[in-house]
Design a protein around this ligand. Sequence first.
Ligand code: MF3
Ligand code: CO
Ligand code: CO
Length: 289
Amino acid sequence: MKIGRNDKCWCGSGKKYKQCHMSFDNRIKDYRSRGYQVPNHSMIRTAEQIEGIREAGKKNTMVLDYITPFVKEGVSTGELDRLIENYTREIGCIPACLGYQGYPKTVCISIDEVVCHGIPSDDRILESGQIVNVDCTTIYNGYYGDASRMFCIGDVSEEKRKLVRVTKECLDLAVEATKPWGTMGDMGYVCNKHAVENGFTIVREIGGHGCGVHFHEDPWVNHIGQPDQGILFVPGMTFTIEPMVNMGKADVYEDEKDGWTIRTVDGQPSAQWEYTLLVTEDGTEILSY
Ligand code: MF3
Ligand code: CO
Ligand code: CO
């Protein structure tokens, strides 16, 4: 349906369309006519939604800050999961992963060759030499924040430390390359380039995702791309960037027994860092880290 110039804007601001998102929509239309893939309105957040997602993102960051000192040699991943669930509820939030498509725990904890979606267990004890990802998603007032961090346990090899560092650099470069009226391909290009230049590979099958109003929503975020290709980024989009970087080959597979755990085919280690971010008028704002 077409909105008239004097109708209320679709964004819920209460303003007339011509005084709100009309020129914005025309700019998007112009890109579309030039062959760009463009976001639809459901991918663009209203001011109220942005405020809600910002608060949820802060809570999710608080959860990761809280668990950081506990991620040490000798602790079980099951115990870390319990600590996170209790703290999440204590600060008035709901763990998003628990029960999500049948997922059994509050967080994902992925060790070494586990790429992502590792299921916490009382039998998995963190050991010196491991690299570990803790991925946490929190719901607050109905909005979502999603982020993950890597931890080096005890005495970790130089090679694995480099993998962890380069993966973080991939994320930071990707964030820098994320610009309003730029494309997802601009972002994916620099992200993948940095991994490859360091002798590593980026996982292709799993990507980031729109996030904030729902857990996983459009667009799907590819960490590999070509400049000026892929969906257009515009102010008001919120999504995750979460590159998974493998030391060896890029190929991964899903554990058929638990239906969740993703591992590298060659058994070599993998690292991941994740932020939720907002595209602003002049750059990005990191909503959860
Ligand atoms: N937090 C993960 C992500 O970054 C998703 C985990 S889904 C779960 O998208 F069900 F495995 F928890
Ligand atoms: Co996540
Ligand atoms: Co995510």
